[in-house]
Design a binder for this molecule. Structure first.
Ligand code: FMN
Length: 383
């Protein structure tokens, strides 16, 4: 033995195990790159992970942090005026040279002016949320040279959006935080991914770990969008009490808002259960009683119900009033267990996906414990 070098420095297998481990990691990296190549290309970043826009939370600090860490941050413009949006874009551009997007709500009364603000600042990606956009809005964004992303709640909508010329689709399932549709992410993914090849599709809602992200990529998604997992990032400006509520919550605490009477529709929102959730049911009951007694018109009753949540997200996320405000959160809140840096959250997601790919290739090397004929119940199964 050479002086100073212990027996353990020379692995008995001549380093074969280490080389095999590295080879498996290399294969996992290559496979992940292959799976989300289209997503990375359309976003122009390293990781095809979008930080879903969250009103009051997705502002310059979180957006820049996500983009700097290799993901794709998206500013939530919410009800911002064109001037406020202009400031926010400039402030974000001052913090990062990496690409990021802006989320605009289609119902905003100044939508076209907001689009022009994005164009004036050379924003490369505009995400249109809150309903089917007009073709005027889509073509105005495209004329500016930016890419247009839209949400599709069903395959028919997705196809229509593709015909309108959008560059990518986001499908968001019912598990997500904030305003939600009726269908789960898993079902939407099965409905849309196998049939929509023309544009990249990003899957959102309920994704908390890398294995889930990988599963959607393997089903044909080009990337994913996460919101809830980024709320407790160090760089997120959400109020400490808002963050604490997320850290303490389990998946089952993130509930969809309840509608008492179909004559008075309630826009479904998923949020953590708190006093406001219960109070909202009481308010609806009282309003419906007054309508039944003829004390309120249907329109006035509907307005009173809708008024309940006005400003509620700001009260919770900015002011920290976690009882009277709206704690919008997805079911993936169960995976939020501590404050972490944005880079750490992204690394964790990618690491989990890579580990899943590597351990699968390890199982493949060891041979499968079953045979295809056995699963199919064919002749091989009986032999
Ligand atoms: C607090 C909060 C606010 C949100 N605000 C918006 C918004 O303003 N616009 C939007 O398109 N989506 C909004 N969302 C949805 C996210 O962009 C994202 O699609 C969603 O959070 C993904 O699901 P997940 O929460 O399970 O990760 C919000 C979500 C949360 C949790």
């Amino acid at each position: 033995m050479i002086e100073g070098i212990g027996a353990t420095d020379f692995p008995a297998d001549g380093g074969r195990a280490t080389r095999q481990r590295h080879a498996k990691q290399e294969r996992a990296y290559a496979e992940l790159d292959r799976l989300w190549a289209r997503g990375r290309e359309v976003l122009g970043c390293d990781l095809a992970i979008m930080g879903g826009a969250m009103t009051w939370v997705s502002e310059r600090n979180l957006v820049a942090a996500i983009s700097k860490a290799g993901g794709f941050g998206v500013i939530a413009s919410g009800s911002m005026s064109p001037d406020l949006l202009s400031n926010e874009i400039q402030a974000t551009q001052a913090m990062t040279t990496r690409p990021f997007g802006v989320n605009l709500i289609t119902l905003h009364p100044e939508l076209l002016q907001l689009i022009d603000v994005c164009a004036a600042h050379d924003v490369g990606h505009v995400v249109l949320a809150g309903g089917l956009p007009s073709s005027a809005a889509v073509s105005r964004i495209k004329r500016s040279g930016a890419r247009v992303f839209c949400f599709a709640p069903a395959l028919g909508f997705a196809r229509k959006l593709v015909r309108m010329g959008v560059d990518a689709i986001v499908i968001e399932g019912n598990e997500a935080g904030g305003h939600i549709g009726p269908v789960s992410t898993g079902v939407l993914a099965q409905e849309i991914l196998p049939h929509l090849d023309g544009v990249p599709v990003f899957v959102a809602g309920g994704i908390g770990r890398g294995e889930a992200m990988l599963a959607y990529l393997e089903m044909g998604a080009s990337g994913v969008q996460l919101g809830t997992r980024f709320v407790c990032a160090h760089e997120s400006i959400a109020h400490p009490r808002f963050k604490r509520a997320f850290i303490c919550a389990a998946a089952r605490d993130a509930v969809a808002s309840v509608q008492l009477d179909p004559r008075f529709p309630v826009i479904p929102v998923r949020a953590l259960n708190n006093s406001a959730t219960e109070q909202f049911v009481d308010v609806q009951r009282r309003v419906i009683d007054r309508f039944a007694r003829g004390e309120l018109s249907q329109k006035a009753a509907q307005l009173e119900i809708e008024h309940f949540w006005v400003g509620a997200l700001r009260r919770a996320a900015v002011d920290g009033d976690i009882e009277a405000g709206s704690l919008m959160a997805g079911q993936s809140v169960g995976f939020v267990t501590r404050e972490q840096s944005t880079a750490e959250i992204l690394e964790e997601l990618v690491g989990q996906a890579l580990d899943a790919l590597a351990s699968r290739s390890e199982r493949a090397c060891q041979g499968t414990p079953w045979s295809a004929p056995a699963l199919l119940g064919g002749q091989g199964a009986r032999e």
